[in-house]
Design a protein around this ligand. Sequence first.
Ligand code: ARG
Length: 457
Amino acid sequence: MALWGGRFSQAADQRFKTLNDSLRFDYRLAEQDITGSVAWSKALVTVGILTTDEQLRLEEALGFLLEEVSASPEAILASDAEDIHSWVEQRLIEKVGDLGKKLHTGRSRNDQVATDLKLWCKLQVSELLAAVKQLQLALVATAEITQDAVMPGYTHFQRAQPVTFAHWCMAYTEMLARDESRLQDTLERLDVSPLGSGALAGTAYEIDRDQLAGWLGFASATRNSLDSVSDRDYALELLSNAAISMVHLSRFAEDLIFFNTGEAAFIELSDRVTSGSSLMPQKKNPDALELIRGKCGRVQGALTGLMMTLKGLPLAYNKDMQEDKEGLFDALDTWMDCLHMAALVLDGLRVKRDRCQEAAQQGYANATELADYLVGKGVPFREAHHIVGEAVVEAIRQGKALEALSLVDLQRFSSTIGEDVYPILALQSCLDKRSAKGGVSPKQVAYAIGEAKKRLS
Ligand code: ARG
């Protein structure tokens, strides 16, 4: 049964109905639609449309419906209702008869869908916040046990300066902390209720919309009805949050995929998150990480998709807006899955310290140290940079590390170099020296770990 029988004499073409119906995906809003309906029924009492007794009967029936829906949300899909709003109304009428037909007084599916979706998003945000926190905790836990694991840090994908695995973990913790704060931020603007905006011009009943908003757990009611029914900024914001965070997760995945190559061999991934090859028996592929990296694409697509859908839409509601849901649902599900998967990858990850150390020692990652040493002896930095460049060329020619060059060899490039250079060139000294805020010195990393633990507890 469609909701608009009166004006139509012909049934909808089945192909149109297939295109038009949204129940197959918006069934996920069932709980929110029911909660919103209960609040609306209470509002209808305040304007004399329902008696208290009628409202109680509706609320009770909606309560049963909620139980039904929570027990088997997918059962809704057996219906051929157009969307979740029609489905809830139909089921209500089946349960309480004509009384159910009063519920839609003064309400439109336009303010209803906006309210349902915002309520759903609020719930998602709280779950996503928990997952973003959980991944930060996993990163911090990994950092805690890898503070001694020295490995090369890269720029231009060339070995640049030594870092620790812990410092790498804490870099991703920072990114996720920003993702977390973006979600908090989004929540603030999400927390405004569109219910009572009607189809576009506001409801014709003098309902206290702020009170109604409060019943639904919103901080307040929206200020403009036209905007309320056509606003999907919150969906865009959440998609942006997801898109940015997925970029972080994708880079995390890419780093680990590289660390896991035979060439780097800095880590070993757990069997629980890798798979074999059907042909090559020796293979252990980092599929979980590749999928995190790969799924980043569809989330960016969902954001771009909704941007394009909304671009150029006239005020107020247009059916185009029904296209908001599938991309949003998919993107947030994907983000959530990847957050969990990233934590799982960390859980079984083994850092191969010897190999990390060996790689950090190669590649002249301590060349900056030699330059700083010369600066300490009064050589201007630009000149020191040049001297060290020449020393590196000589070390490469001899197939040695900088610290393996003899003092005589080193002094050929600058007579200021003395025996005291060798301890400076040691990896540990490279780390220790970077002790300003945010640096890789073990002290700073331990501090960062401590602060993150405090923040996350
Ligand atoms: N299924 C619709 C959506 O998701 C609900 C709103 C329909 N409103 C309307 N006037 N047709 O956007």
